[in-house]
Design a protein around this ligand. Structure first.
Ligand SMILES: [Zn+2]
Length: 338
């Protein structure tokens, strides 16, 4: 699953060890990941990967071609001068400490100057630019995309959580950037990084006899023309995940479901969700779209989905969601036979 790291050690034990963190921050092997207004630093000139995605698309449904020169994670060495602000300890990758650094205060010129100091993880200088992870993510090596997503999510939380929600006083970063503490002298008000649970679900109507199985896909009015994807929505206070699935499907499409089954999850720090993936069995077929939520919703057979292109490929009338999304995973899984 995209945006999950295979080997990262979050090293929670070090977050409260100020001496160890200070030493790591200045260790010559340490890498810094700057985040500028939601964008992350990547190279554009990797020569070790000629591209050629293989096998992600099911049934010839249009695996997205990697550009000939795929971006790679770029970072800064420990001694690059940065604007004032806290560094957030992400953890250890192969024993090397990684910190996320909010640099959103830099203007365009200073941002470009910082990008000019970038290097590859092994310290070789390499031209880099700040890019939207939602655009470059699918073409990055999985662990690099995951590390950048983690950095982006924590920086977003840190930059947007400035004041105590209980008393309104300013918050300060503690525990390596994983806790923010209120200036209230009683010291008891702390806030932690927030993750909003969202359910995302493939609704399937099982076929009978000559009637093939179909799945329900909808399209948001905000997506490129032709993109259809799974339905999704946020979990509300006081409901179970299974109830959230059934409620969202009914609200958006009028379809009733049963047998809601958990499949997989995916961190989605865009800006701060976790997507909880389900499959549900439809007990009705008549679609009634909520126009406030969806532009359209339709039933598709596996064969029909096999003719879809990839997100943004206008050569295809109908297109699948982005290849880095759990929506795509759920659809590919069903098309491939579950
Ligand atoms: Zn407070």
């Amino acid at each position: 699953m995209f945006y999950t790291h295979g080997t990262l050690d979050r090293a929670d034990r070090l977050r409260r060890d100020e001496r160890a963190l200070t030493a790591l921050r200045h260790d010559e092997r340490t890498r810094l990941l700057p985040v500028w207004r939601g964008t992350v630093l990547v190279t554009g000139d990797d020569e070790t990967d000629g591209g050629g995605a293989s096998g992600r698309g099911a049934g010839g449904s249009g695996a997205s071609a990697r550009p000939a020169r795929s971006p790679r994670l770029a970072s800064l060495s420990h001694d690059v001068e940065l604007p004032d602000g806290e560094a957030i300890f992400l953890g250890l990758v192969d024993g090397v400490a990684h910190f996320a650094v909010p640099v959103g205060a830099l203007d365009d010129g200073a941002r470009a100057a910082l990008a000019a100091r970038a290097s590859t993880p092994d310290g070789n200088p390499r031209a880099a630019t700040f890019e939207d992870l939602r655009v470059v993510g699918p073409t990055l090596p999985a662990n690099e995309g995951a590390l950048l997503a983690y950095a982006r999510g924590l920086v977003y939380w840190s930059e947007n959580t400035r004041f105590c929600e209980r008393c309104g006083r300013p918050l300060a970063s503690v525990d390596g950037g994983h806790v923010r503490r209120c200036a209230n002298p009683d010291g008891a008000h702390v806030t932690f990084p927030r993750t909003d649970p969202a359910v995302i679900m493939l609704v399937v109507h099982e076929g009978e006899g000559d009637t093939p199985s179909r799945c329900l896909l909808g399209r948001s009015p905000a997506w490129p023309e032709g993109v259809f994807s799974t339905l999704a929505g946020f979990v509300e206070p006081g409901e179970s995940l299974e109830q959230a699935v059934a409620r969202e499907v009914f609200e958006e499409s009028g379809i009733e479901t049963r047998d809601v089954r958990y499949i997989a999850s995916q961190p989605w720090p865009f800006p701060r969700s976790i997507m909880l993936g389900f499959e549900a069995a439809a007990t009705t077929m008549a679609i009634s779209v909520d126009p406030d939520e969806l532009a359209d919703a339709r039933w598709f057979t596996r064969e029909e989905i096999g003719t879809f292109g990839s997100w943004g490929d206008a050569a295809y009338a109908l297109q699948l969601p982005r290849p880095d999304s759990i929506a795509r995973f759920l659809i590919d899984r069903w098309v491939g036979g579950g």
